[in-house]
Write a new protein. Structure first.
Length: 148
């Protein structure tokens, strides 16, 4: 099979603020643009921002909806932290380490765009945890009991 790219469409309030956050802040490459939409190259994946007139409300926590990137090099994750800090992006959750000392150990932080979309950026210390380690039930910050 040829390489497959991920695509995500998401709501925004306006294109100028979208460009400030995603292009200037995160370093995405802008693509086609209309008055009510913008295609972004999100580090090799296609995001499409669509302007909506519906109210965009903040979530009550990081679940159930967020999107982001999993870095395969820790230095790239650290560079994204530094970029977000330099551009004064809104941290929803500061950088931290989840599950230290376990096979699921990873570094993570969340950003919130101007329209309350949450983005997570991760680096797994053990690459097998990205899709594997099925014997471990932990996913994110929820207690294991909440998953069942």
């Amino acid at each position: 099979m040829d390489p497959v790219l991920f695509h995500l469409a998401f709501p925004v309030g306006n294109i100028p603020q979208t460009k400030t956050f995603y292009v200037e802040g995160l370093g995405c490459e802008p693509g086609r643009e209309a008055i009510d939409s913008l295609i972004l190259n999100f580090y090799g994946y296609q995001l499409v921002a669509h302007v909506t007139d519906e109210p965009l409300k903040p979530q009550k926590g990081i679940y159930p909806r967020h999107f982001g990137l999993v870095f395969t090099a820790e230095a790239d994750w650290e560079a994204m932290v530094a970029r977000a800090q330099t551009h004064q992006l809104c941290f929803y959750q500061q950088p931290k380490r989840r599950f230290p000392g376990s096979p699921l150990e990873h570094r993570t932080f969340f950003l919130e765009d101007p329209f309350h979309n949450l983005l997570e950026f991760k680096y797994y210390c053990h690459p097998s945890a990205i899709f594997g380690n099925r014997e471990h039930a932990q996913v994110g910050d929820r207690p294991i009991e909440a998953i069942h």
